[in-house]
Write a protein that binds this ligand. Structure first.
Ligand code: GDP
Ligand code: MN
Length: 354
């Protein structure tokens, strides 16, 4: 978890949820990352809240800043103007550092070298269902590289040239289009009028004229292979993106960067949708209906809201209302899963139901 000292309350909520729904049985270590020194209060509160090992790491300053070649005054002027254009979080210098960090440097810092897998968590997120199996082990066993829950479209103004840069890189390196890339870039439906308008200006279009759907995996939840992201194929791509300045002259988020990179570099069957996992970040959530017999007496006792009528799902003792799966509005998830749906059979290989 990357987090600031002042986000202690939100971080405690997340950790309590992760512990209750998963880690009290698995006892995985939690690594906390910060660009500033940790407060004693934060450390003490976290030690008390966790069942496994906890580590408090400070990111080396060189990994949380502008690229060395960049003119900082010019970058700051650009950040200021992005803020004036009301692009979400784009007026905050630290937000740009955070996105650049999660796009590339996160994977290469010393603090994570000993691990093969990570599960990214954030302050203020919530897990609704019991996770009774080891997701890392399942990913490993099934040859998966990247796991996600929610998929949404990116705000078009955060990254006008990202898709073009990605596509140029792909062409320059002679990388063949994967099935996943093809579904990402050929929107069968254009639900966002603004996007259509902007694509007339050349935004989100490659040199062939294909447009990116803006769909991406929402990276505040990720269970993924560190080896993939610190490997040469991904890091070369990150270095190229970094060299274009887009993390500062635009506000490229790590979510679209990861997603387009995955679309470019991986086959669709390397990507897993954790559809049995109940998860919320801000207002967006995924809530599976419970599997038969999957309700927990404890939930009833706590009088938590959940849909007691449905028992036809795949969730385990989910404490959320399974009748309302919100996933804006399923378009991006269906699109990103499209290359694999026809082949899917088991829980880990199920068809999408919308
Ligand atoms: P959002 O999810 O895009 O709304 O962005 P958040 O504000 O949730 O930031 C994403 C993650 O980065 C969260 O885990 C934050 O705690 C963390 N984060 C964002 N900015 C900073 C920062 O300046 N310092 C540190 N240490 N963490 C940050
Ligand atoms: Mn967040």
């Amino acid at each position: 978890m990357l987090v600031r000292n002042k986000e202690l309350d939100g971080a405690l909520e997340t950790v309590a949820s992760v512990e209750r729904k998963f880690n009290r049985w698995f006892r995985y270590p939690i690594v906390f990352l910060n660009d500033e020194p940790w407060s004693e209060e934060f450390k003490a509160a976290m030690r008390a809240a966790t069942s496994g090992e906890v580590r408090f790491e400070v990111i080396p300053p060189d990994e949380w800043t502008f690229p060395a070649w960049m003119d900082r005054d010019a970058a700051r002027a650009s950040i200021k103007s992005q803020g004036q254009w009301m692009i979400k979080f784009a007026g905050l210098e630290t937000y740009h550092h955070m996105c650049r960090f999660f796009s590339g440097k996160f994977y290469t810092i010393g603090a994570l070298q000993q691990y093969k897998w990570y599960w990214r968590i954030e302050p203020g997120v919530e897990f609704y269902c019991d996770i009774t199996y080891d997701p890392f082990l399942e990913m490993e066993k099934r040859g998966k590289v990247y796991g996600h829950t929610i998929a949404v479209p990116e705000g078009p103004r955060t990254c006008p040239t990202l898709f073009r840069q990605m596509s140029d890189y792909k062409e320059a390196r002679g990388i063949e289009d994967t099935e996943l890339w093809k579904t990402m870039v050929s929107p069968s439906w254009a639900p966002w009028p603004l996007r259509s308008l902007l694509s007339l200006l050349g935004w989100h279009r490659d040199r062939r004229g294909d447009a990116w759907s803006l769909c991406h995996y929402w990276s505040n939840f990720e269970i993924a292979s560190l080896d993939f992201f610190r490997g040469k194929a991904y890091q070369d791509l990150f270095e190229y993106l970094d060299s274009t300045g887009g993390f500062y002259y635009e506000r490229w988020g790590d979510a679209p960067v990861h997603s387009l990179a995955i679309g470019m570099l991986l086959d669709a069957d390397k990507v897993h949708h954790f559809e049995d996992l109940g998860y919320r970040h801000d207002y967006w959530f995924q809530c599976p209906a419970n599997a038969p017999g999957g309700q927990l007496l404890e939930s009833k006792a706590l009088n938590k809201p959940f849909d007691s009528e449905r028992e036809d799902g795949i969730g385990c003792r989910c404490e959320c209302d399974g009748s309302k799966t919100r996933n804006w509005p399923g378009y991006c998830l269906a699109k990103l899963k499209a290359p694999t749906v026809t082949k899917q059979t088991s829980l880990w290989e199920r068809p999408v139901s919308w």
